[in-house]
Design a protein around this ligand. Structure first.
Ligand code: PLP
Length: 408
């Protein structure tokens, strides 16, 4: 069942005024044969890993009368070892998904009277968590090709002096990655914290281009990661960050006591101990992604460069009609990003074949308005450089608010 929109709440409920009328996060959870809409890893744990997880959970089962290690020290050590770059456990922090990490960062460094700047289209939860924590969100724009020119970023920082800057690389929903020199320039100019959301880092074509390399030079830089994607562990909810040791110390003030259950900690550690198993899927998914980009371009569609496990493609006059027609054929993708674009997650070869067959069938509907609009949009683009960077307010900015301006 999808969540009902918060805007439909009854008038007698005394919800905070700044939350009233907003729409909750709600990627559709629809039970169809091919689910390519939430950037999950399609490969479940292999039998050896499933057994290791079962064994680990069995071992803590008899101790669940006790609270877990409040500071998740062993897990943070394992995560630091996985990340490398000379990181130690005290530079790493873990929580229930990187969404909770991001929320804790907003709680500690944002809040009433403070601002956060992001460059959109980007991950829709950044402005939503800003809203939930009372942080004023400033929506900057990406370039027409969904990249970010350093000058553009520095101007926005100079103009707004934000307490937090969010850079997502590889970016969701566009898939585009930022060069480390852009991130370093932002760190040099930002007066507050710089958060680089690297949820998809392992899928990048150049994995050495991570912001982890900048940590020793940029004290207020935080790199967030997740086990949901490359580690195929979305169901266990494990996210983490790497930063100066002062950052995890600050987060102790806002985290709830015992926020990360003993079951979560032990499952994450079991998976990290056999990391090569889930991470072996990354190479296969990168290949599927690259094939998908080439195939979509071969169909005459516009496709953003992707360093993630998904691909943004368009442009359609009525993207909802295309999304629905695919769903009617049992293929669920995501209606997100700038108007006219759709996002599809890289899946197994069989899932990709089903997606290609379904999209071919949809595109083959001669004289179809969406396809006509694709050609019109392409012609428009040739005559103008603007437009591609403007987010769809319904998906990539705080819903119900104008997209390209300062808002709470
Ligand atoms: C850019 C980005 N950051 C963070 C997340 C949150 O991931 P999780 O909370 O599962 O770690 C996602 C999820 O899709 C994402 O796309």
């Amino acid at each position: 069942m999808s969540s009902p929109p918060a805007g439909s709440l009854p008038p007698w409920l005394p919800i905070r005024e700044d939350l009233a009328g907003h729409t909750a996060y709600g990627a559709p959870q629809i039970d169809v044969p091919v689910q390519l809409n939430t950037n999950e890893n399609p490969y479940p744990p292999c039998p050896a890993l499933a057994q290791a997880i079962t064994r680990a959970v069995g071992e803590v089962a008899g101790t669940l009368n006790r609270y877990p290690d409040r500071d998740a020290v062993a897990l943070r050590g394992d995560l630091a070892a996985y990340l490398g770059h000379g990181l130690e456990a005290d530079q790493v922090w873990a929580a229930n998904g990187s969404n909770e990490i991001i929320q804790q960062l907003f709680q500690a460094f944002g809040g009433q009277g403070r601002t956060a700047l992001g460059f959109e289209p980007s991950y829709s939860m950044h402005p939503l968590i800003a809203l939930a924590t009372g942080t004023r969100w400033i929506s900057g724009a990406r370039d027409a090709d969904f990249g970010l020119e350093p000058d553009h970023a520095l101007t926005a920082i100079r103009d707004h002096q934000p307490d937090l800057v969010f850079l997502t690389s590889p970016n969701n929903p566009t898939g585009t990655a930022l060069a480390p020199d852009v991130i370093e320039a932002v760190c040099g100019a930002a007066p507050g914290m710089v958060i680089v959301d690297e949820a998809y880092a392992e899928f990048a074509r150049d994995t050495s281009a991570t912001a982890l390399t900048l940590l020793s030079r940029c004290r207020r830089l935080v790199v967030t990661r997740t086990m949901s994607k490359a580690f195929a562990l979305a169901g266990a909810r494990v996210g983490y960050l790497a930063a100066d040791p002062a950052v995890p110390q600050a987060l102790l003030l806002v985290r709830l006591p015992y926020h990360l259950s003993a079951v979560t900690q032990t499952v994450a550690r079991a998976v990290l101990a056999l990391a090569s198993e889930p991470l072996a899927t990354v190479a296969a998914l990168r290949e599927q992604r690259d094939d998908l980009v080439a195939w979509l371009r071969g169909r005459g569609l516009r496709v953003a460069d992707s360093d993630a496990n998904f691909v943004l493609f368009g442009e359609f006059g009525d993207r909802h009609a295309v999304w629905q027609a695919l769903l009617d054929r049992g293929v669920l993708i995501r209606e997100t990003g700038p108007a006219g674009w759709l996002r599809v997650t890289a899946g197994t070869p069989a899932e990709m074949a089903a997606f290609r067959d379904a999209l071919d069938a949809v595109l083959a509907r001669g004289g179809d308005p969406p396809i006509a609009a694709t050609r019109r949009a392409a012609a428009r683009r040739r005559g103008s450089t603007s437009g591609a960077g403007s987010p769809d307010p319904g998906e990539t900015a705080v819903p119900g608010q104008p997209a390209a301006e300062v808002h709470r």
